[in-house]
Design a binder for this molecule. Structure first.
Ligand code: CA
Length: 234
C-alpha cells in the first residue's frame, strides 16, 4: 500500500479513462482528486498540493504540454503524462516540458500503478543522491551527488531519468546492459514490452551530449558504454 496521505491528481476529460485510472490508484492506497481541464488542474495544484499528477495530453482547454510547462514554473511535483500518440513522446519527456514519465494509451492499469509508485519512491531523496560519487569518462564528467553533467567543463541539462540512465551505464562500464535491466534499475520496474522507454531516453541523451555521448547500441541486446576516447585537446 502507498504511504498514508499521498494524493494523486488525475487530469483527464474522458470520464471513462479518468474513473478507471482513479479506481486503480485508489485501490493501491492513494488519495485521488480528478479534474477534467487544464485550468482546473492548475487551480487544484495551487490549492491541494498533490504528491503526483497524472496528466492527459489531450484536454479541452490547455493541452497537457502547456499545463506541464505552467506547473513547472511553480512546482516540481512529479508528472506522469498520458498520450495517445507515439510521436509526442520525445517532446513530453524532454526537459522543455518536464514530465517525469509517460504512458501511451491504451495502457495496462497495473503498469500505471507501478509507474506512479516508482516515481513517488524516487521523489524521496535516497540512495545515490546521498553519495558524492563522480565519474569522468573522456570529456564527460558526472557528479552523482550534485546530479550534474558536464562536457568539456560545460554543464548539460538532463531530465532526471536521462541522468539516472547515463549514470547506470557509466557505473557499469565494460558491461552490456539489456533494456530490461535498465528499465528495472533506472525506472524501478520491469514490464514486458515497454522497453521502448529506454530507447527514447537514450535518443535524448545522444542528442544532448552530441559526440561526447559514450552510449553504444548492442543490437538485439541493449546498450553499453564505449571506452573513453582520449580527452586531450584536439
Ligand atoms: Ca483527454
Amino acid at each position: 500500500m502507498a504511504a498514508k496521505s499521498q494524493t494523486v491528481l488525475v487530469v483527464e476529460d474522458e470520464t471513462s479513462i479518468a474513473s478507471f485510472v482513479a479506481l486503480y490508484l485508489k485501490n493501491a492506497g492513494y488519495g485521488i482528486r480528478a479534474v477534467g481541464t487544464g485550468q482546473e488542474a492548475l487551480d487544484s495544484l495551487a490549492r491541494e498540493r498533490p504528491d503526483l499528477i497524472v496528466l492527459d495530453l489531450m484536454l479541452p482547454d490547455l493541452d497537457g504540454i502547456e499545463v506541464c510547462k505552467r506547473v513547472r514554473q511553480t512546482s516540481d511535483v512529479p508528472i506522469l503524462m498520458l498520450t495517445a500518440r507515439d510521436e509526442d513522446v520525445d517532446k513530453i519527456i524532454g526537459l522543455e516540458v518536464g514530465a517525469d514519465d509517460y504512458l501511451t494509451k491504451p495502457f495496462n492499469p497495473r503498469e500505471l500503478v507501478a509507474r506512479v509508485k516508482s516515481i513517488l519512491r524516487r521523489s524521496v531523496p535516497e540512495r545515490r543522491e546521498l553519495q558524492t560519487r563522480q565519474i569522468t569518462h573522456g570529456k564527460l564528467e558526472i557528479d552523482a551527488g550534485r546530479r550534474e553533467v558536464q562536457v568539456g567543463g560545460e554543464e548539460i541539462q538532463l531530465a532526471p531519468k536521462e541522468f539516472d540512465l547515463l549514470w547506470e551505464l557509466l557505473d557499469h562500464r565494460g558491461l552490456v546492459l539489456t533494456r530490461d535491466q535498465l528499465l528495472e534499475r533506472v525506472w524501478g520496474y520491469t514490464f514486458a514490452g515497454d522497453t521502448r522507454t529506454v530507447d527514447v531516453h537514450v535518443r535524448q541523451l545522444r542528442r544532448k551530449l552530441g559526440e561526447a555521448s559514450p552510449i553504444v547500441t548492442v543490437w538485439g541486446v541493449g546498450y553499453k558504454v564505449a571506452p573513453a576516447r582520449d580527452a586531450a585537446p584536439a
